[in-house]
Ligand binder design. Structure first.
Ligand SMILES: Cc1cc2nc3c(=O)[nH]c(=O)nc-3n(C[C@H](O)[C@H](O)[C@H](O)COP(=O)(O)OP(=O)(O)OC[C@H]3O[C@@H](n4cnc5c(N)ncnc54)[C@H](O)[C@@H]3O)c2cc1C
Length: 496
């Protein structure tokens, strides 16, 4: 077998891998990047992250200004942005993960978030203001406390392209259509290289450090059924078809420790017409017509039997969207319907239901007939819901308004308004699996740990395949942030 030599080999070509490659190169290493996908499909889940929002700590406008040097003073004057402190981010991580996130890893993510977005900007990544998360207030724009403020220019695919330009400018070698298949260890159990496969066959690559950044196992139906459970093998995957858990499996084969919430995943409501893979878009070939359907917090959501099944107003969707897909997959046929009335039209337009096929009717009974739901059941669900709405305070979608229902189950805790103004509109939604939470155990140097909790020399991990950050749920904008933070650290340490 052909043998080659590098200092650091990075497995993958998403945000985590690209950050690791640049970081390792900056620390003086000769770096090789392996991407399993062909060039047109490069970049893993990162390239499908159309929102590409990054959650980071800041003290308000003074901190975000240096990240966005091209924004004019006139534009800044229209922006209302409250500080998002380390305590806020840490509390959000602990709240949504039910206290299960590993404190050291959550702290790493929180503490390194701002230095890392600054490092990315200085490295050549351009940020933009995430206006899609803002609520317009006259001439001004306001962000919910805790919603992300920046995204990478031209979304996730733009991020992959910007990183690629950064790597190419540094002369870092990238091989597409080349998959890592096996790790090599020496007699002291140190990782000393890997075997890769391309269309010509196998090649052995020797190196001092390997960074695994090859994503979760969401595109592997066998692993989905085994670890997420029955029904998940048939679900839709929002991102790359190449994230099949290879890095996780290769590491487990040489004694790495499985860690984190292996039965948990990030899965969101998406358009029921999306395909089985690359389901983030209705037209994935052209990356057009995003499929996210995140306006349900304002209306109600029912299953094919016409019954509500979650508290739609539990919290802002940024804190509930990632767990709502799992509730939809449990429903009959794994399908649900989001229902709104005419009062919500302007708000739903803002949620960008591009390309969706709305079902519209002038009565709930007609709507039910078009949805092939038992009309008596849907009419009763809506009547019971309307009777339960307590109209003691104004509806306000910018805050958790506490406008709730009383006496029904499940309740609606915020943003409860009667569904009483025709025309009524329904959107069919399915569960879209974004990424899996279980993975490899790492320490804060991003070294992979063995089953004795000791670092495996020469082996680092970054991004989606690291366990211990997310359990049950996830605060929006943390996946890319985790990838950049861990990639930067893993690359630097692999180089040294
Ligand atoms: C539709 C959608 C929207 C999203 N929006 C956001 C958002 O706004 N904000 C946010 O924070 N997160 C978002 N996410 C989640 C985010 O995309 C991921 O958390 C993040 O991109 C993971 O980065 P990564 O580098 O770890 O993995 P990936 O980007 O998935 O990269 C994995 C790479 O490894 C490669 N690979 C796999 N196996 C091998 C192998 N054997 N050998 C070599 N290469 C291999 C893949 O081809 C790919 O290049 C979104 C995801 C989707 C799908």
């Amino acid at each position: 077998m052909q043998i080659e030599n590098y200092d650091v080999v990075v497995v993958g070509f998403g945000n985590a891998a690209q950050a690791a490659a640049f970081s390792a190169h900056s620390a003086g290493a000769r770096v090789l990047v392996l991407e399993k996908a062909p060039p047109a499909k490069r970049g893993g889940n990162t390239s499908y992250s159309y929102g590409a929002q990054f959650r980071h700590v800041h003290n308000g406008i003074a901190d975000v200004k240096p990240l966005l040097p091209h924004i004019s003073e006139k534009e800044w004057e229209k922006i209302d942005l409250a500080a998002y402190t380390k305590d806020d981010f840490y509390a959000d991580m602990m709240r949504v993960t039910r206290g299960k996130a590993v404190p050291e890893l959550a702290e790493l993510l929180v503490n390194e978030s701002y230095p890392t977005v600054k490092w990315m900007q200085e490295s050549g990544i351009q940020w933009e203001i995430l206006y899609s998360a803002a609520v317009p207030d006259g001439e001004r724009f306001r962000w919910h406390h805790g919603s992300s403020f920046i995204h990478s220019k031209d979304g996730g695919f733009g991020l992959v392209q910007m990183w690629q330009r950064v790597l190419e400018r540094q002369g870092i070698e990238i091989r597409f259509g080349t998959a890592a298949v096996r790790l090599l260890t020496d007699e002291k159990a140190r990782v000393c290289g890997l075997v890769a496969q391309n269309s010509d066959g196998l090649v052995e690559i020797h190196c001092k450090g390997v960074v695994l950044a090859s994503g979760g196992f969401q595109a592997n139906p066998a692993m989905r059924a085994q670890f997420l459970g029955s029904g998940w093998d048939l679900g839709k995957v929002r991102g790359s078809r190449y994230d099949t858990g290879d890095g996780i499996q290769m590491a487990l084969e040489i004694g790495a420790q499985p860690f984190g919430h292996w039965g948990g995943s990030h899965a969101t409501p998406i358009d029921a017409d999306a395909g089985d893979y690359e389901a983030g878009f209705l037209d994935p070939a052209n990356r057009r017509h995003r499929t996210h359907r995140y306006g349900w917090t304002l209306g109600i959501m029912v299953n094919t039997e016409g019954r509500r099944f979650i508290d739609e107003g539990e919290d802002f969707n940024a804190y509930t969207y990632a767990k709502t897909g799992a509730e939809i997959i449990k429903q009959p046929g794994s399908v649900a319907y989001q229902i709104f009335d005419a009062k919500l039209k302007e708000a739903i337009d803002r949620y960008l239901y591009q390309g969706a096929t709305p079902i519209v009717a002038n009565s709930i009974r007609d709507l039910a007939e078009q949805l092939e739901i038992n009309p008596d059941v849907l009419v009763q669900t809506v009547e019971q819901f309307n009777e339960a709405v307590v109209e003691d305070r104004p509806f306000n979608e910018v805050i958790r308004d506490g406008r709730a229902t009383q006496g029904i189950y499940p309740p609606k805790t915020n943003w409860a308004q009667k569904i009483d103004t025709p025309p009524y509109t329904a959107y069919a939604v399915a569960s879209g699996l974004t990424f899996t939470y279980g993975g490899l155990k790492i320490n804060t140097s991003c070294q992979v740990l063995n089953r004795l909790d000791q670092p495996i020399a020469g082996l680092y991990a970054a991004g989606e395949l690291t366990g211990g950050f997310f359990y049950y749920n996830y605060p929006s904008g943390s996946g890319l942030m985790r990838g950049a933070v861990t990639g930067r650290i893993a690359g630097q340490n692999a180089a040294s």
